[in-house]
Design a protein around this ligand. Structure first.
Ligand SMILES: *[C@@H]1O[C@H](CO)[C@@H](O)[C@H](O)[C@H]1NC(C)=O
Length: 136
């Protein structure tokens, strides 16, 4: 009788599917990078700046991205902005400017990645510090 065998098949199938499901994944801690300098920093014209991003949770990589979301280059003698310390397995990264100019203004993002593929971000807005108008 087919309704019965169809029921048996359905039961057998659902048992098989349930058995094939992977066990629930253990919760992976979310990553919360923290930029020590707050959410906005004004840097003097041609000034140097040093920004620090750190992550409390176990982290595979910490990276700084420029306002176009492009990873910043590592140090080189000619780079006017670069990152330091974002090697693998380090829970922090530095963003450095050698000679801050107007074209460097914008939102810079610290991106942390964990071993399980989880990601966390924090951003800081950098602006050029306008010289204060001298009082008479
Ligand atoms: C950002 O924070 C770091 C760590 O506290 C500090 O050394 C650095 O001078 C700060 N940078 C700016 C531009 O305030």
């Amino acid at each position: 009788m087919w309704p019965l065998s169809s029921l048996a098949l359905t039961v057998a199938l659902s048992v098989a599917l349930t058995a094939a499901l992977p066990p629930p994944r253990p919760a992976t801690p979310a990553l919360h990078p923290i930029i020590a300098n707050g959410s906005s920093v004004a840097v003097p014209y041609m000034g140097e700046a040093f920004l620090f991003c750190s992550v409390a949770e176990p982290t595979r990589q910490v990276q700084w991205r420029d306002p176009s979301n492009v990873p910043l280059p590592a140090w080189s003698p000619t780079a006017s902005r670069y990152h330091l310390g974002s090697g693998k397995h380090l829970p922090h990264a530095y963003l450095l400017f050698r000679d801050f100019r107007q074209e460097h203004e914008g939102v810079y993002t610290c991106v942390a990645r964990g071993g399980a593929g989880q990601e966390g971000r924090a951003s800081v807005t950098l602006t050029l510090a306008r010289p204060s108008v001298p009082r008479p």
